[in-house]
Design a protein around this ligand. Structure first.
Ligand code: ZN
Length: 426
């Protein structure tokens, strides 16, 4: 075998597993694997997971913080206006360079698949051109999936409909939308219908920014679920944000959750961004503004957490660390039972991979040898510590390494070092 990881702890609770890799694939996962590897890595006591997956990001805007100015109100709407000021100033080279820099961060954090929305409301389609090139360049180490996103409204922005089609023709692979930003509720619903029909005709997935609003009457998710069923798109449609669900009447929400389950609608919550953007017009009590993750998970919906933004017009922080995203989702959603914490880890790994439709993802024979070795013993400890990504492996090759974090101590009668794990590795 080409590479063997010895003594891995897996996210499903199995311990002391050897992972054998030949070429680009995992060929064995078992205790005490008899084979020898051209290279062997001792990972005893460390969690080895399939890589992190970000189901919702904006790579065309990332690392543009401060260009051409900062968001003073901190609201979604000023962010959209600010991005509108920056758009005419974009160049293919600058967008690509910032995106590639972000991909470097992502790889270092074990984040090896990203679904990025790309704004198609610029008639030059600068961001589309740049991100298609970035997608091609990063393919050996990161899966970049692009969504044609009409940021200024599919019906509201002149030319958006034609530009969205052009972006799909150029190779953008998912249909986006933003019904709550259309001029009226009726136009929002029309946009959902038209966009789902485009996806059905072309055999594409759908991922809409949907009801990213504090308005409890923003109910486009209902239309999204209904159109999913009408067009037979079950399981291929994602509602991103869905923050209005946080403000909805409980009776209506219970009916809506059933409809979403019937449509097998996927959900992406973006906890870092929505805890800062939502509830801005509230005094007190102030709404948290994340969608009803606990209830969606309980209905069996596939729910992922997305990063959404890193250092852009909407959010000035972030580093590509999906464990930071999971940790915020856990807090905002009060997902504190052991099962719920484990579900938060799946929200940035397995569930996100399912939403993207990634091929051969996982830690099992036959899967791609895409893995991250964490300085933590299990998923709960990973979220608690957001630890070093000791080794990041893509298609059987180690592509990033970070030394373990340990503190040196000078305390009488105590060990000389500590690494913050509850049970340090042997
Ligand atoms: Zn977004």
């Amino acid at each position: 075998m080409d590479l063997i990881l010895r003594g891995a702890a897996l996210a499903d609770g199995r311990c002391d597993q050897d992972i054998g890799i030949a070429g680009e694939r995992i060929v064995a996962v078992e205790p005490h694997l008899a084979a020898t590897g051209a290279r062997e890595i001792d990972v005893r006591g460390s969690l080895v997971s399939a890589p992190f997956v970000d189901a919702h990001f904006h790579m065309d805007a990332t690392l543009s913080l401060g260009l051409p100015r900062l968001n003073r109100s901190g609201t979604l709407l000023e962010g959209i206006a600010l991005w509108g000021e920056l758009k005419p100033l974009l160049t293919v080279e600058a967008v690509a360079e910032r995106a590639l820099a972000y991909c470097d961060w992502a790889v270092a954090k074990g984040l090896l698949a990203i679904r990025s929305h790309v704004d198609v409301c610029d008639p030059r389609l600068i961001a589309v051109e740049a991100l298609l090139e970035v997608k091609r360049r990063v393919k050996p180490y990161l899966d970049l999936q692009l969504v044609a996103f009409p940021q200024d409204g599919y019906l509201r922005a002149p030319g958006a409909a034609a530009q969205l089609k052009r972006a799909l023709d150029l190779g953008v692979e998912v249909v986006g939308g933003i019904p709550h930003f259309e001029r009226t509720m009726a136009e929002g619903a029309s946009s959902v219908r038209a966009l789902c029909e485009i996806a059905a005709r072309r055999g594409l997935r759908v991922d809409m920014h949907c009801d990213e609003s504090d308005d409890p009457l923003s109910r486009h998710v209902e239309t999204l679920a209904a159109e999913t069923m009408r067009l037979g798109l079950h399981g291929r449609v994602t509602g991103s944000h869905l923050t209005s669900m946080h403000s909805m009447d409980n009776y209506y929400a219970s009916k809506l959750l059933d409809l979403m389950a019937e449509a097998r609608l996927n959900v992406v919550a973006n906890p870092l961004i929505n805890i800062t953007l939502q509830g801005r017009q509230d005094t007190y009590p102030k709404r948290r503004g994340m969608t009803r993750v606990k209830e969606q998970m309980a209905r069996g919906l596939t729910v992922a957490f997305g990063h959404d933004c890193v250092m852009d017009p909407w959010y000035s922080l972030g580093s590509g660390d999906m464990l930071e995203v999971a940790q915020m989702g856990l807090h905002v959603g009060q997902l504190t039972s052991l099962d719920e914490i484990a579900a938060c880890f799946r929200a940035v790994t397995d569930n996100a991979a399912a939403i993207l439709g990634l091929d051969a993802y996982g830690v099992a024979p036959g899967c791609y040898a895409d893995l991250v070795v964490l300085q933590a013993s299990d998923p709960i400890e990973a979220i608690r510590l957001r630890p070093a990504r000791l080794h990041v492996i893509r298609r059987g090759q180690v592509i990033a390494e970070t030394p373990p974090a340990t503190a040196k101590l000078s305390l009488p009668g105590r060990p000389a070092t500590t690494d913050f794990r509850h049970t340090p590795a042997p």
